[in-house]
Design a binder for this molecule. Structure first.
Ligand code: PLP
Length: 438
């Protein structure tokens, strides 16, 4: 269940009219529903409660401190991929004992900091990385805990840019090499190999790829047992898909039904790293129509947000439902995820338009040839499902200031990130004295 819905033809976030927020805070504006965020987390927790997993929310999906804090408060751990994310995780109040750290390119400095803070474990992605962690742990005289990230070589049936569990991807270690590493574990005296990790991709809508990957790793785990190698954790990663368009992703319960029997058989502590599933449909990007431009064969709706604010359409050709804040008719009928859809919500669909931003790139679009009810300059639109990989992938391209983020809880609003100022844009820049004629 999400908390974006139409009431008397106006889009609401929980109990607040989105248009009021657009006017109050300005646009573009990222808006998050606290209740949606927490509901998604609890849904997963509930579906898997028989194994009491540690759910490490994947910080990269949306790393705002308030989002992290809200989830940590409910018992979430965090999945991080950089020193910056470690900093955020700790600032949000996450216990280091609930932090897992992936990434194929951890630097010495990042590894050192994470060991010093005492994180639960590193998800190790290569032998040289393992050697590096061992060396740093020795220098610090602090043993480091790790899980080996396995590349199970399965096809997750998602966009190729977010496929991470095929053997041609840069992620993880193949089973044969992982076995060799585990057999030579005594060569790494400063490391405890505590677990195995997989993360096969993102926006995965079926359970079959997970089942295939988990089966492979479960077999591997039992073969290790026979060789006297016992591990404690099985981290099954993230990747659960959500509804953007017409997808029919597995629900948390259906997913649990498929994978729980396999996970229970391993007898290991289960860790999960969902990002998109928790935050994706908890956020929208609100934007204002600046101009309507008609040329020979095309009509462009030019809005005040751009690919720097939400890059998913440009990067993955991703689909986002786009709806007006003021509907032409009352719908009350949400699309599968509960999100109002431009396809279902508005019967007066009468224009085919490109919805584009102001940036100097042809890739700066949110929708192409999209049927949209007639809008005019000054109207507001909501780009739905923008909570994950939205703000966290945003940039200052074209010297655009990163936008304000606001969290709604029932009928209250909280600014969780101020809109950047022009001063913020140049904060770390300087002009050398010789250019100033000094
Ligand atoms: C190691 C790891 N875990 C978890 C995630 C979260 O994925 P998702 O947001 O699809 O759940 C990612 C995303 O890339 C990842 O790289």
């Amino acid at each position: 269940m999400h908390e974006f819905h139409y009431r008397n033809n106006r889009l609401y976030c929980e109990n607040i009219r989105v248009e009021d927020l657009a006017k109050r805070f300005g646009t573009p504006l990222y808006l998050y529903s606290y209740r949606t965020l927490i509901n998604h987390f609890l849904k997963l927790e509930q579906a898997f409660k028989s194994v009491n997993p540690l759910i490490c929310y994947s910080v990269k999906a949306n790393s705002n401190l308030a989002i992290l804090r809200a989830l940590v408060d409910k018992g979430a751990g965090l999945d991080i991929v950089s020193g910056g994310e470690l900093y955020r995780a700790l600032k949000a109040g996450c216990s280091p004992k609930k932090i897992v750290y992936a990434s194929v390119g951890k630097t010495e400095r990042e590894i050192e900091e994470a060991i010093k803070k005492g994180i639960l474990f590193f998800n190790v992605e290569s032998l040289p990385e393992l050697e590096s962690i061992n060396r740093i742990a020795r220098r610090l005289s602090r043993p480091a805990n790790v899980a080996i990230r396995i590349n199970p070589d399965v096809e997750p049936k998602t966009h190729k840019y977010i496929t991470t569990g095929k053997i041609t991807d840069k992620f993880g270690i193949d089973l044969k090499s992982a076995r060799q590493i585990l057999l030579m574990r005594r060569a790494f005296p400063n490391i405890n190999i505590l677990g195995l990790h997989i993360h096969i991709g993102s926006q995965i809508t079926e359970s079959a790829p997970y089942v295939a990957a988990i089966k492979k790793v479960a077999l591997f785990i039992s073969s290790l047992k026979k060789e006297g190698i016992n591990i404690r954790y099985f981290n099954i990663g993230g990747g659960l898909g959500i509804i953007y368009d017409k997808e029919t992703p597995q629900t948390a319960i259906k997913f649990a039904e498929k994978v729980l029997p396999l996970l229970k058989k391993t007898g290991l502590k289960i860790i999960m790293e969902p990002g998109r599933f928790i935050v994706g449909n908890s956020g929208i990007l609100v934007t204002k129509v600046l101009y309507i431009k008609s040329i020979l064969k095309k009509k462009f709706v030019i809005v005040d947000s751009g690919m720097n604010d939400l890059i998913r359409p440009a990067l993955y050709n991703a689909y986002h439902s786009i709806v007006p804040l003021q509907a032409n008719r009352q719908t009350g009928k949400p699309e599968g995820s509960g999100l109002p859809s431009d396809r279902q919500s508005h019967k007066q669909v009468n224009e085919k338009v490109d919805i584009v931003g102001p940036i100097c790139e042809s890739g700066d679009f949110f929708a192409k040839d999209r049927l949209l009810s007639k809008v005019k300059e000054g109207d507001y639109l909501a780009i739905m499902g923008s909570g994950a990989y939205g703000f966290s992938m945003s940039s200052n391209y074209n010297s655009r200031r990163r936008v304000e983020e606001v969290m709604v809880f029932q009928n209250k609003t909280f600014v969780i990130r101020k809109r950047e100022s022009c001063e913020d844009l140049i904060r770390n820049e300087s002009i050398p004295r010789f250019l100033l004629g000094c």
